[in-house]
Design a protein around this ligand. Structure first.
Ligand code: GLN
Length: 509
């Protein structure tokens, strides 16, 4: 063993771990053990993981070390541990989507992204907590446990990928996969001081992601640095014949964009500040500290050579009501498959009840309140007589939002906004107020509805809590998000040192 300490390991970026593993400075078993030890010590407080299999992780790590010792040609990610949101189907490993209805389910196959990460030699540490079926912004809708924000354990870690954000921010995984339907990668990344990217819709396979809203769901990276996000994104991207909406285009070149961006020169880049997302006349509901960090970051972009202008996207004001009709409508249909017959839990099958009663009992006891609310809402919005008034109307708004983006791209290369209107709130503060919970998605929903890529990059603190800056780009121009985010990250690091881990020093900064 070298002189690398366990703290060095758990405070490293994934890119640093990849380098150290390739040079033989550390082995994957040593790296994996350092994470497992930290999980054992801290996850009782944080609650990031629903499932950790230490033996399986160490066995996978041992296999990578043995292959490396034999001189086998391995990819750059071989031996690097990671965590997956529990919405990602994993062969033989419990997968619940945060719901009681899937308690005890061990899938017979891997999601495409899980299979790709396995083939790349990454080591699965465990599955992370989430809002049930990815519905929520705080991870409090999980049927299993509360997850705490490592920056302040009385606060939420964001959602729905809050287990993944808390794990990475607390140093319980070097990086993690989240999924984003209306903001669930970007918002938890923002409120825990991480980088989170929602890829262009269709560029990462949805095969094996438990569906919430199929026309919106995308998986993506949640990491400590922009380069790490690009590396993880490249590993999961690319065409998949098993997903009918998968785009058949080459895997985007993202790590290169991140490295180029870190050079810091943004001259010639045209940036649009979205008026409707926290701008003049639209600042209600935003923390003053969030708006202050946002304004400073826009000024930083200008100092790096970008040309900044205001851009109005009027239909963005309607993103929230449109999303909360479209997403529940699709969810009400997707969740029909959970009937107690095919997967997971079955309730009341005692020989005395007919099939309908067993299904009703299973769904009554298997689903939590937010999921039921959305099934009712979605079923109502799709029912005959109301379909045009609600679902049809929402789809028209979706088209208008896409048009606002298309018009904006005539004038600017990227659009920017805060990621979340507020910093992480106190646990419990919004659980009984769904509308306040939904308001957390204000800034992230437009990119979701239009299917365009968007990244959240840390941009400082407000009241000691992380604030995120969102960069949106045209479809398939994910590399622009990485370039701009990397430039900001480098400029901020230079200005004040890296602050990516809650309560941990980065020994490499
Ligand atoms: N907070 C949003 C919702 O509850 C987004 C969730 C998500 O992106 N999965 O639907």
């Amino acid at each position: 063993m070298s002189d690398v300490t366990a703290t060095d390991i758990t405070a490293s970026t994934a890119a640093e771990l990849s380098r150290a593993l390739q040079s033989g400075e550390v082995g994957s078993v040593e790296v994996t053990q350092a994470y497992l030890d930290r999980i054992a010590a801290q996850d009782g407080t944080i609650g990031a993981y629903l499932h950790v299999d230490a033996d399986a992780a160490l066995a996978a790590a041992g296999a990578v070390d043995a292959a490396r010792a034999r001189g086998e040609e391995l990819g750059p990610l071989a031996g690097v541990p990671l965590a997956l949101k529990d919405v990602v189907v994993t062969e033989g490993v419990p997968t619940t989507s945060g719901s009681k209805i899937l308690a005890g389910w061990r899938p017979p196959y891997d999601a495409t992204l899980a299979a790709r990460l396995k083939a790349a030699g990454t080591v699965l540490l465990g599955k992370t907590n989430m809002d049930e079926f990815a519905m929520g912004s705080s991870t409090e809708n999980s049927a299993y446990q509360v997850t705490r924000n490592p920056w302040d354990t009385d606060r939420i870690p964001g959602g729905s990928s809050g287990g993944s954000s808390a794990a990475v921010a607390a140093g319980l995984a070097p990086w993690a996969i989240g999924t984003d339907t209306g903001g669930s990668i970007r918002q938890p990344a923002a409120v825990t001081g991480l980088v989170g990217h929602k890829p262009t819709y269709g560029s990462v396979s949805r095969y094996g992601l438990i569906a919430f809203s199929s026309s919106l769901d995308q998986a993506g990276p949640m990491t400590r640095t922009v380069l790490d996000a690009a590396l993880l994104h490249e590993a999961i991207a690319g065409h998949d014949p098993l997903d009918s909406t998968s785009i058949d285009s080459p895997v985007p070149v993202l790590a290169e964009a991140a490295r180029r961006g870190a050079g810091g020169d943004l001259s010639g880049l045209k940036v649009g500040v979205v008026t409707e997302l926290g701008g003049e006349g639209h600042a209600d509901g935003y923390d003053p500290g969030v708006l202050a960090r946002f304004a400073e970051t826009v000024a930083l972009l200008e100092s790096l050579g970008a040309e900044v202008r205001q851009v109005s996207c009027p239909a963005f004001d309607l993103a929230l009501p449109a999303y909360y009709l479209i997403a529940p409508s699709e969810a009400s249909s997707n969740l029909a498959r959970f009937d107690g017959v095919r997967y997971g839990v079955r309730v009341g099958d005692d020989g005395g009840r007919d099939l309908d009663e067993v299904m009703a009992l299973t769904r009554e006891q298997g689903f939590g309140p937010e999921v039921k609310r959305r099934i009712i809402l979605g079923t109502y919005a799709l029912s005959s007589g109301y379909y045009e008034a609600y679902y049809g109307q929402a789809q028209k708004v979706r088209t208008l939002i896409t048009r606002d983006f298309t018009t904006a791209w005539d004038d600017v290369d990227v659009l920017v906004s805060p990621t979340s209107p507020t910093v992480a709130w106190s646990i419990g503060a919004r659980v009984d107020d769904p509308v306040a919970m939904y308001a957390a998605d204000l800034c992230t929903l437009p990119a979701s509805l239009a299917g365009v890529p968007a990244i959240s990059v840390p941009c400082g603190l407000s009241d000691g809590l992380p604030v995120g800056f969102q960069v949106m780009a045209p479809a398939l121009a994910d590399d622009r998000c990485y370039r701009v985010a990397a430039a900001l990250e480098a400029a901020q690091d230079a200005a004040r040192g890296h602050t990516f881990l809650a309560g941990m020093e980065n020994p490499h900064s």
